[in-house]
Design a protein. Structure first.
Length: 147
């Protein structure tokens, strides 16, 4: 877990069951009661970094469907002019680990695929009509301490 007590980044561990019929991947401890929508991201290549995007109100959950992603996270200190030297946390998510990463409100994210054709499933706790009201962006090189 990363962050202060009121805004903790959390990894929710899942698992898999396999028998002669095939495999089931699951994350049974992921409470989806707050989820309003989801989308899937597939970067064009492994060089592309998507970011920085932050949400003051919305929270997100990330799950890798295929491949692997490297996510950089920064807790925003000032929504009008964030400091460029904020600490950046790096987390690697791999489909084989079956983990959901919970990112609470107040964080910015930047990420890239580590393998070709990787897919990232993202859950959000607000509908699409709210997205434009809580969308804060910076250039990919804004935070100088980027890991």
């Amino acid at each position: 877990m990363l962050g202060n007590n009121r805004s903790i980044i959390q990894i929710i561990q899942g698992g898999a069951a396999q028998d002669q019929r095939g495999q089931i991947r699951f994350v049974n401890d992921f409470d989806m009661s707050l989820v309003k929508r989801f989308y899937i991201i597939k970067n064009a290549d492994i060089e592309l970094v998507r970011g920085w995007r932050a949400h003051r109100i919305e929270q997100r959950w990330f799950y890798v469907l295929t491949g692997a992603f490297e996510l950089d996270l920064v807790q925003i200190d000032n929504w009008e002019k964030a400091a460029v030297d904020l600490d950046v946390q790096k987390i690697k998510l791999d489909a084989s680990e079956m983990q959901v990463l919970h990112v609470p409100p107040g964080y910015g994210t930047a990420f890239r695929a580590l393998q070709p054709d990787s897919e990232l499933l993202v859950f959000a706790d607000h509908g699409i009509e709210h997205a434009r009201l809580d969308d804060h962006t910076w250039s990919v090189d804004y935070f100088v301490k980027r890991a």
